[in-house]
Design a protein around this ligand. Structure first.
Ligand code: UD1
Ligand code: MG
Length: 458
């Protein structure tokens, strides 16, 4: 049984190298803000309590889960100042895991390994390190003649830094286990360097007091990477994306061109579904089994049943039942519900509408605020005029109705069950069940017209 530990997440950095008006830790990696990745890993590793350090008014606290305590870094700059800001919330004693909010891919396995080393070695401080990343910009682990951790040398600024120091490959990953009491005692004495109080300043002080400072070395690059600018963000995103696709692939999903696909964290995909090239699956999307999605399809916050086909389509906040067919070039907007076995075809836009079981809207239509009944067939170029300039109104097309091409429906209006609509009609009044609705001028033929024109032109 592992002991209880508190987690402190440093998330109040200015992150100026992101060149962004948004705090660094809110930048998403595969759709989830960095800070949430870190908190989720801490929870998965069994954290008893999570304290997140934010800047007053930076907007980070607002998005945090309710069970995360917030400590505000009101004064001072640097990681040392961040940790000090949480002193009251964390308490004076016990094991404390300190995490950096800009290491989104840190895994719970790695946290567990670090905590285990810390506990079994009876250390006062244990630093997570690696030799597998490009060390530029990270703090380097400087060891004494006996191989023990001596200090961490920051190498963000390289002027005046010795060759020997820059040759060190072992770096600090900004993840530490501490005995809280010893941490506070040392941190009180850390001074400022370039206007910042560095958390890493505690290690030499701890050593002087005879505390044990050790490291836990990892080779797991994909869990290690830190993000300080948008190049680092791209690297983290690429690694996270690969991890997500591999998890889906292991669960029975095929990716025809994985490098061109984006699947955000949290998206669910059923077995035997194939995801084609240039496809993006986002947000709270859930896709059933045996589907064919893509190429060129973007799905956000949608629920798709089993055996759905979606080719070259854009779907947002829609529900699609089993066996439905979408595209190529279908556009489903919020509130679209496509029934079982229904078809939404080429250049068809559907918004806030119920499309019944087996109903078909195959070509060039706009269906908004409409109920299309079971088995109805909506011909090419049908448009619902749902907006009168002030309010939206509903159109009903009854089940098994068959409409002609280029019909429009001036809502509110109802086409009865099994009714027919003549091509080119503008339907402004209800059509009874089984009736033909026709609303267009009678055709007039002008006999001998061509001959007349020819004569007139001489
Ligand atoms: C830090 C470490 C460095 C390590 C690297 C790993 C120090 C002095 N250096 O450098 O040894 O190799 O992380 O990525 O600790 N933060 C605050 N308040 C602040 C400043 C920072 O909460 O005032 C937070 C940031 O939001 C970030 C974390 O602390 O999540 C690390 O800060 P950052 O400025 O990125 O430090 P690095 O230069 O990367
Ligand atoms: Mg950093």
């Amino acid at each position: 049984m592992s002991e209880r530990f508190t987690v402190l997440v440093m998330a109040a950095g200015r992150g100026t190298r992101m060149r962004s008006s948004m705090p660094k830790v809110l930048h998403p990696v595969c759709g989830k803000p960095m800070i949430e990745w870190v908190i989720d890993a801490a929870r998965a590793a069994g954290a008893a309590e999570v304290v997140c350090v934010t800047r007053p008014g930076d907007g980070v606290a607002a998005g945090l889960p309710d069970d995360v305590q917030v400590a505000e870094q009101r004064e001072g700059e640097g990681t040392g100042a961040a940790v000090l800001a949480a002193r009251q919330a964390v308490g004076e004693a016990g094991p404390l895991l300190v995490l950096s909010g800009d290491h989104p891919l840190l895994s719970h396995e790695l946290i567990t390994g670090l905590m285990k080393t810390h506990r079994t070695q009876g250390a006062t401080a244990t630093i997570l390190t690696t030799e597998e990343l490009d060390p530029a910009g990270y703090g380097r682990i400087v060891r004494d003649g006996g191989g023990a951790v001596d200090r961490i040398a920051e190498t963000k600024h390289t002027e005046g830094v010795s060759e020997a120091l820059l040759a060190i490959r072992e770096i600090n990953l900004g993840t530490y286990a501490f005995e809280a009491g010893a941490l506070w005692a040392a941190l009180d004495e850390v001074g400022e360097d370039r206007g910042e109080r560095y958390l890493t300043g505690v290690f030499p002080l701890m050593r002087e007091r005879g505390n044990t400072v050790i490291s836990h070395l990892t080779r797991d690059v994909s869990s290690s990477i830190g993000v300080n600018d948008r190049v680092g963000l791209m690297d983290a995103d690429r690694l996270a994306q690969r991890r997500i696709l591999e998890d889906h692939a292991r669960a029975g999903v095929s990716f025809l061109a994985p490098d061109s696909v984006r699947v955000e964290v949290g998206v669910e995909i059923g077995q035997d579904t194939t995801i084609g090239p240039a496809t993006t699956l986002r947000g709270a999307t859930r896709i059933g089994s045996g589907c064919e999605i893509g190429p060129g399809t973007t799905i956000t916050d949608c629920v798709l049943g089993d055996h759905v086909t979606a080719l070259h389509s854009l779907l947002t906040d829609a529900v699609v039942d089993d066996g439905a067919w979408l595209g190529p070039f279908a556009y489903l907007r919020p509130g679209a519900h496509i029934g079982e076995g229904a078809k939404i075809g080429t250049f068809v836009e559907v918004k806030n509408s119920e499309i019944g079981t087996r109903a078909k809207v195959p070509h060039l239509s706009y269906i908004g605020d409409t109920d299309v009944g079971e088995g109805a067939n909506v011909a090419a170029g049908n448009i619902t005029a749902n907006y009168d300039g002030f309010a939206k109104h509903r159109t009903v097309i009854g089940k098994e109705a068959k409409t002609g091409v280029n019909a429009s429906y001036v809502a509110p209006v109802r086409v009865g069950e099994g009714a027919y609509i003549a091509a080119g009609s503008v339907i402004t009044e209800d059509v009874p069940d089984g009736a033909l609705g026709i609303s267009r001028p009678d055709q007039k033929n002008v006999e001998g017209y061509a001959e007349r024109v020819e004569k007139e032109r001489g």
